[in-house]
Design a protein around this ligand. Structure first.
Ligand code: DC
Length: 223
């Protein structure tokens, strides 16, 4: 029997970084579901399909293959066999992904693929709707949060480190807009599952968040 750890929360909480570290420490399969929505966006853009063109979206979803592979200590994303690890992180995809991620057919397909991934073993899956929609009966659910100002500060620092030119106010504004879109969309909006443990990372270091998450998982698994 495999078990599932669901980690949800908004962008900029350090969710990806801490989930990856926890997965390595506890030997769990790490699944970044945001990367899957990003891969769909790349496929739509490659085929010049707008989010309104539902028939065409359905067509590209029909035979889509999204594979998340571990290569050395990095995650590699294969879309229909092609390595799109870099392509899914471009500013164009950043700006458009929430529109494709709001489409019912896209969410249904991704949810089905995510549920199948449980067959691979014990998993830690990170996203927006894992504890609420994808695995409502996950063994452990955590909602990782931080204030919007702190999230903007972290995203800003991350961009500068990556050499992406930006200013703090713009990053803050874009996070605020994304937050509204993600929490108010009709299907699978971002929200804390009733039985999730709430963890505020505003004043915590990555190491502290990792430690707390491991404690929560150990408590949850031994229940
Ligand atoms: O976590 P991220 O920034 O890579 O997510 C990319 C987009 O996908 C973002 O718009 C939120 C959306 N997403 C979602 O709707 N549901 C998920 N389970 C994961 C991500």
């Amino acid at each position: 029997m495999s078990f599932v750890v669901a980690i949800d929360g908004p962008a900029g909480t350090g969710k990806g970084t801490v989930t990856k570290i926890v997965s390595e420490k506890l030997n769990l399969i790490y699944i970044d579901t945001g990367a899957m929505y990003r891969a769909v966006t790349v496929k739509a853009l490659n085929n010049s399909i707008q989010p309104e063109e539902i028939d065409k979206i359905e067509e590209i979803l029909r035979d889509i293959s999204i594979i998340i592979k571990r290569k050395d200590d990095k995650q590699q994303i294969l879309l229909d066999g092609e390595d799109v690890t870099e392509k899914i992180r471009t500013p164009e995809v950043d700006n458009l992904v929430s529109r494709y991620a709001a489409i019912k057919q896209v969410r249904e397909k991704m949810t089905a693929l995510q549920r199948e991934m449980k067959r691979e073993g014990n998993i830690i899956m990170e996203g927006r709707d894992i504890g609420t929609v994808v695995f409502p009966d996950a063994d452990v659910k955590i909602y990782l949060d931080a204030t919007i100002e702190e999230r903007a500060k972290r995203r800003y620092k991350q961009n500068i480190e990556k050499g992406i030119n930006c200013n703090y106010e713009e990053v803050l504004q874009s996070l605020k807009e994304r937050h509204i879109l993600e929490t108010t969309r009709k299907i699978a909006p971002l929200k804390q599952a009733e039985d999730a443990v709430y963890l505020d990372s505003t004043n915590l270091s990555i190491e502290e968040v990792v430690k707390k998450i491991i404690e929560i998982i150990k408590m949850g698994v031994s229940k």
